[in-house]
Write a protein that binds this ligand. Structure first.
Ligand SMILES: [Zn+2]
Length: 69
């Protein structure tokens, strides 16, 4: 089994996960911190971000047709 560390503070968590009531966090304190981050939306899901396409049509005006009216 891979070595487990607390996702919040990075503390090593040796032994069985059943030894940690707040698993996957080392303590309830870290679990609360994680919960607080969720509630404050500190957690950003990368896939949730809108894709920024540099070649978006309409973003760049055509210089040839600008001011030709
Ligand atoms: Zn921790």
């Amino acid at each position: 089994m891979a070595k487990t560390v607390c996702e919040i503070c990075g503390a090593p968590m040796p032994g069985e996960w059943t030894e940690y009531p707040a698993y996957p966090f080392c303590t309830k304190r870290c679990k609360l911190i994680d919960l607080g981050r969720w509630l404050s939306e500190d957690y950003k899901i990368p896939d949730a971000a809108p894709p920024r396409d540099a070649s978006t049509p309409g973003d760049a005006a055509d210089p040839a047709s600008a001011g030709s009216s």
